[in-house]
Design a protein around this ligand. Structure first.
Ligand code: B16
Ligand code: MG
Length: 216
């Protein structure tokens, strides 16, 4: 394996909690009940699709202009939480793996559905680790379509079947598998059943395991 691709939200940082707060605020405004469980289904899903789902939940149909206004409102609210992020929000032992790979000159890419990915990486001071960043502003087909990861592999100059993908979302695992990459789930084994390997978080991933991937 000689290309490592990382999802952002739920893998490197836990921004799902901020997405939840912003969607919850909007849902309250619209009078749609919205729980943390509902938010699970928004992970890895594009902003536009998330709003469509929220409106479907409330049986609400809106003119395009209002739909677009709500998208902006949600994002501005979300960005107000992001604004306060710093390095302390990097998930445990993520730097351990990033540094291990960087010391060995292994190319790394970010593959995220978020249009805010660059801003978040900058906030937590991790931009320099990634040779390329593929985010929601650059893809035309959302996960589970493999496009985001295939673009990352191409930019890394690595064959897809020599790439490893770290993902927390079901849609992201499916995208990685469809790209013919080695999928590593970050989360619950009961949920991420299609991932080749699953770890609850990076504290469970040893450098010996990463080294064994490099040898493949
Ligand atoms: P934005 P990832 C995804 O990021 C999130 O998991 C998902 O909850 C969010 O709706 C999506 O980004 C779009 O985010 O509103 O910032 O463009 O997990 O693919 O890094
Ligand atoms: Mg994610």
């Amino acid at each position: 394996m000689n290309g490592f691709i990382f999802d952002l939200d739920g893998v490197i940082v836990d921004t799902a909690k901020y997405h939840y707060l912003a969607w919850k605020n909007l849902a309250d405004e619209l009078g749609v009940p919205f729980t943390e469980e509902d938010n699970e289904h928004f992970k890895g899903v594009s902003r536009k699709r998330c709003l469509e789902i929220l409106l479907e939940m409330g049986n609400i149909s809106l003119p395009q202009s209002e739909f677009d206004r709500l998208l902006v409102e949600k994002n501005e609210d979300y960005l107000s939480y992001i604004e306060q992020m710093d390095e302390s929000e990097i998930l445990p032992d993520v730097p351990k793996v990033l540094n291990y790979l960087r010391e060995r000159n292994i190319p790394m890419a970010l593959g995220s559905a978020s249009k805010n990915a660059r801003a978040i990486l900058k906030k937590v001071n991790l931009t320099e680790y990634f040779q390329t960043i593929v985010d929601g502003t650059q893809v035309t087909a959302a996960k589970p379509d493999p496009q985001v990861f295939l673009i990352a592999a191409e930019r890394l100059g690595t064959d897809p079947d020599a790439c490893v993908v770290f993902e927390d979302a079901l849609a992201g695992i499916e995208a990685a598998n469809r790209a013919n990459m080695l999928s590593i789930g970050i989360g619950e084994p009961e949920t991420l059943t299609d991932a080749r390997h699953v770890f609850r978080d990076f504290t469970e991933i040893s450098t010996a395991f990463i080294e064994s991937l490099l040898d493949h």
